[in-house]
Design a protein around this ligand. Sequence first.
Ligand SMILES: Cc1cc2nc3c(=O)[nH]c(=O)nc-3n(C[C@H](O)[C@H](O)[C@H](O)COP(=O)(O)OP(=O)(O)OC[C@H]3O[C@@H](n4cnc5c(N)ncnc54)[C@H](O)[C@@H]3O)c2cc1C
Length: 533
Amino acid sequence: MDTTLGKTQSLPPDVEGTAFARALAAFREAIGAEWVLSEPEELAPFHDPYPVRGQEHFAPSAVLRPGTVEDVQAIVRIANETRVPLSPVSTGKNNGYGGASPRLCGAVVVDMGNRMNRVLEVNEKFGYALVEPGVTYFDLYDHLQKSNSALMLDCPDLGWGSIVGNTMDRGVGYSPYGDHFLWQTGMEVVLPTGDVMRTGMGAVPGSNTWQLFPYGFGPYPDGLFTQSNFGIVTKMGIALMQRPPASMTYLITFDREEDLEAIVDIMLPLRINMAPIQNVPVIRNIVLDAGTVSKRSEWYDGPGPLPPSAIEKMKKTLGLGYWNFYGTLYGPPPMIDMFWTMIKDAFGTIEGAKFFTHEERKDRGGEILQDRHKINNGIPSLDEMRLMEYIPNAGHVCFSPISAPDGKDALRQFEMVKARADEYSKDYAADFIIGLREMHHICLFLFDTKDEKSKEETFDLTRLLIAEAAAEGYGEYRTTTRSWMTSWRRSAGAAVRCESSTRRSRTPSIQIPSWLRASPASGAGASAIAACK
Ligand SMILES: Cc1cc2nc3c(=O)[nH]c(=O)nc-3n(C[C@H](O)[C@H](O)[C@H](O)COP(=O)(O)OP(=O)(O)OC[C@H]3O[C@@H](n4cnc5c(N)ncnc54)[C@H](O)[C@@H]3O)c2cc1C
């Protein structure tokens, strides 16, 4: 904190007030004064919307809004000269994982999406879009609608985030193209030196295959720019699938907690071959489903966790199971019918399993099914935000360990988390998002943002779970800024991530491998540094 600028301000570590004022002046000169924000009310949207610790731990010192790639280059060069750390966001809607707040308190947030928000290309023939960081799922959907496109995008639960930001945090959606990093098709990145690099075939001047062959020639650097701070992405391609001739979204309800083991074991062979389970399905528990369509007080008004009687009431009233499996089938109707029969035959072996299609459930318990039908068909939605009405002043943090798609392992992880959630008076609201050979176990711990005790409990619970999970060999796929504080050091892989993130945040001029600094003249594969578009 510093008051030399005439107000209380978070400053980057090791940068004193007058030096910071000089950095702000240089940023203003480079990108225009109106795009440099430093007043407290201007910085407020760049705090964590759901803080479990005081905002002062993760406050930005300023926000920059570049309008061009050259602006981003100038920002990085000034940051190097003035030793000011940068923290890029695209739309900054990473809610549940820290929002737009920087990991390193006092870092300068680079708000990439505010002015750089164009859809640069949609290629109908090859099925991809090239976008700037500010393009949201809603934006690309509108663009495809207006141009009467035959293509469909893949959306996460909430469509307000950006395609670039979500992919940079290795986020997920739910169509067959749900693994967003897998389906990104090439990036343009401003490196810590201020140079611009295009990945894959984008490195070849005049190439018409930038978005068609992401690997290029030689080492494949794209992953370095995700969940890191090794560069600022200024453009990215994303693959888009053809809209199918028909689709059907289904719900299978399973009554008992322990059914999870059989659900996962039956699911794996059907998923791993991408048929008959074609998309990224989800197994949601009753609290997550009920929490999205109702308030907690309808079921139970006492202190947490929910007693078994409240859970039973939820299941009965909403016509749902303890576990609810949602998926979508795509293709010509006879193929959908055939796959649906295969799925029913397989899961029908679990006692009490019930099967529904989106056409059959228009009741309150079917609202999630309707929402999933939209999302899984590339129509962005914000319905899942209703979860924030489950308790008063709701916020949440996500604890998101990876589980093997193995029944016993999933059940063990569920029991570990649920037991600790019970102990800390939290309702276990969670889902398993199924990739091909792994599951993201997303546990959303809701808390009252105005209740210090509730925040404290949530923070302690999350830290404990991270440590316990690491001791069992489980790591998270993505984590909230708060979780970086200490516990990640307990697992070796995570510790590397924590160190590198901190180091790079402090040092924008971080050393990059020599192969990333290859000369543009040194051949197709090595010509990583490209001119701006
Ligand atoms: C109820 C609820 C449901 C959710 N469901 C989902 C879901 O289904 N799937 C999912 O993935 N998430 C989900 N989320 C989390 C989150 O809302 C989304 O992932 C959202 O898309 C992330 O925000 P964003 O796109 O604005 O990314 P940003 O906040 O802009 O970016 C995320 C991170 O990526 C990095 N980054 C961003 N832009 C750049 C850049 N240009 N260059 C380099 N690095 C960059 C930064 O580290 C940044 O912190 C959910 C959240 C809530 C509250």
